[in-house]
Design a protein. Structure first.
Length: 608
């Protein structure tokens, strides 16, 4: 459970002992105790839930006379203090009061400040026309962190103390001279590591989608690091700080997925929430995932409604996903899924794209990469195992035991392979083709025809479970009256998302046929077809997945419809074509993905 502890609320002014009722003395200062927050810590601790505190909010007295450029009214509390020791004292109070030994519950982990790479949340008095000094910014981050870390460690030597970053991770985001200044996550972590001495620093990360209003994310999101490519953060930490194990333990302390149209829908939010679990569970080293937030804010006008329930308390589909994904004691409507079904393993999936090459990942493959085969690795280390890492070379990825990724770009840890054979295991080889630079992983010592065997990576358990279905979204561009079917939760920048249309197999299963998306350059129209030649009127744009040719349990037919006046095609489950005048016929059958029919991965389950 994540709770916010705002320094300005606890110490609005400087006051020495004796302290009044409802206050506590610490370090010669009196602090007010917010009764509701105090009770929350105690109750969550009683329930056995770990409490993670975000500690921020500088009171006016602690920043008096210091330059400050708040991004908006009310953001003055994000201005840094004159004396970091004052902030450290507050963190120390929290660590002492909530150490689990004084009857008040326990705060186990501490997030120091909030999104310190952004001037809007960590203001050193620059921006809005005044360039920021990069070193001064990093000095201020480290000063607050070090003061808080030292104070917390005195009270709770086993607590985790983390610095906080938003999703702007790659160096491309370094812009200290901009009107709204920012430092990249990479720059902040290198700066903190250089200033933290021997402290065991850690990271609290916010992996929001790159566009807050859209639900989509993917393995190709860099220089953002989002739910889609969260492994990049862990891989980079291993690569750049190979002797700092604390840095390899990351908590995701704030993030959410929009559910509001026209850019998203509640079904899309639930689907992408499930995908976030898959990628997080597929990334060893992530030890906590806090969702923001449980309930939408009443009368919100931002267009960003990530809540699992509406403001009136009515649950969204995403609430069922959040509540039931890991319930192994609750078999209906869904068994454990969204990655929980693999624990204590990760699922290592090999995929292939004709234009990009082979991939090997425990996270969702990029759009257009078709899954081929899979194995299981342990998510956590055990005796007789070794870690493997996914790395990017050109447009594909490969595996290695080198945390430095052999000098290539890190995509993240994938799990732990056995160093010697165990019952039922396969040897796992890495093979390469020097002529095109491609790599593949295989159990075949002859490399399936690839000319070079790079060596054995270890041993893994084969996984014959079919890959999870992929979601088809239907999107719309009103100015052109044009629909498109896509795998991209961001609609390929089409302004409107109609909805999550269906879920279809991502691989060629018995009784299925490929679904192609075709493009007519003459009128700019996309249409879907099972004809590999695009019916002779368009060019093949992509393979979306596979449709069943006959009805299977819980499937629904998909039709292609046409409006001769606009030239637009759309795909729908409505035999009446949603009012379009012409039904071109049934394309095949797909899963609608409704939770009262089947689980979000498409595996059917019995009724109650």
């Amino acid at each position: 459970m994540g709770l916010s502890f705002v320094w300005a609320d606890w110490e609005p002014g400087v006051k020495g002992a004796p302290c009044d009722n409802g206050e506590q003395e610490f370090g010669g200062h009196c602090f007010r105790i917010p009764s509701e927050l105090d009770a929350d810590v105690k109750e969550w601790t009683r329930l056995g839930v770990k409490v993670i505190a975000t500690v921020y909010g500088t009171p006016a007295w602690a920043r008096q006379g210091r330059p400050c450029s708040p991004a908006q009214q009310g953001h003055e509390t994000f201005c840094t203090p004159n004396n970091p020791a004052d902030y450290g004292r507050f963190a120390g109070l929290l660590a002492q009061r909530y150490d689990g030994l004084h009857g008040n519950g326990r705060i186990a982990d501490f997030v120091i400040d909030n999104e310190v790479n952004t001037n809007a949340r960590f203001d050193i008095g620059c921006g809005h026309g005044t360039p920021c000094d990069r070193n001064a910014w990093l000095d201020a981050i480290a000063a607050n962190y070090n003061a808080a870390y030292d104070a917390v460690m005195v009270q709770q030597p086993t607590a985790k103390v983390m610095t906080s970053l938003d999703n702007h991770f790659g160096r491309e985001f370094d812009s200290p001279d901009d009107f709204d200044p920012m430092l990249s996550g990479m720059t902040v972590l290198e700066g903190l590591a250089a200033r933290a001495g021997t402290r065991q620093w850690r990271v609290a990360y916010h992996p929001y989608p790159s566009d807050l209003l859209r639900p989509g994310f993917s393995a190709d999101d860099y220089p953002y690091v989002t739910y889609g490519n969260i492994g990049v953060l862990l891989g980079w930490l291993h690569q750049h700080f190979p002797h700092t194990p604390s840095a390899w333990d990351v908590e995701l302390t704030e993030s959410g997925i929009n559910s509001l149209g026209p850019y998203s829908t509640e079904r899309a939010q639930a689907e992408q929430l499930c995908n976030s679990f898959r990628n997080i569970l597929g990334t060893p080293g992530i030890s906590a995932y806090l969702y923001f937030n449980g309930t939408d804010t009443p009368n919100d006008t931002s267009g960003f409604t990530p809540g699992l329930t509406h403001a009136n308390g009515v649950p969204k589909q995403a609430w069922l996903t959040w509540a039931l994904t890991n319930r192994n004691d609750y078999s209906w409507p869904v068994p454990p899924h969204c990655g929980f079904e693999y624990l204590p393993y990760t699922q290592l999936r090999r995929g292939y794209s004709p234009t990009r090459g082979h991939f090997a990942s425990t996270r969702l493959l990029p759009h257009g990469v078709m899954p081929e085969m899979a194995w299981r690795l342990l998510r956590d280390p055990r005796p007789g195992t070794m870690p493997l890492f996914e790395c990017k070379s050109s447009q594909h990825t490969f595996l290695t035991s080198d945390p430095g990724c052999e000098g290539q770009f890190p995509m993240g840890p994938v799990g732990y392979a056995y160093t010697t054979p165990v019952a039922g295991s396969d040897p796992l080889y890495r093979c390469s083709n020097p002529s095109n630079g491609d790599h593949l992983i295989t159990a075949d010592p002859h490399c399936e025809g690839f000319p070079h065997n790079d060596g054995r990576l270890g041993y893994a358990l084969p996984d014959t479970q079919p890959p999870q279905p992929v979601a088809l979204y239907r999107c719309y561009r009103p100015d052109l009256n044009d629909h498109v079917t896509t795998l991209d939760g961001n609609c390929e920048d089409y302004p409107n998302m109609d909805d999550l249309l269906a879920r279809i197999p991502a691989h060629q299963a018995p009784g299925t046929v490929a679904l192609y998306r075709c493009y007519n350059a003459d009128n700019g129209d996309y249409m879907d077809t099972t004809n590999p030649r695009c019916e002779g009127s368009s060019q093949k744009d992509s393979v979306l997945g596979f449709l069943y040719t006959t009805h299977v349990a819980h499937s629904v037919p998909l039709y292609r419809c046409y409006d001769p006046d606009s030239g637009d095609h759309l795909t729908t489950s409505d035999p009446h074509c949603e009012g379009y005048p012409k039904n071109d016929g049934r394309l095949g059958y797909a899963f609608p993905g409704q939770l009262d029919q089947l689980d979000p991965d498409g595996y059917t389950t019995p009724g109650p």
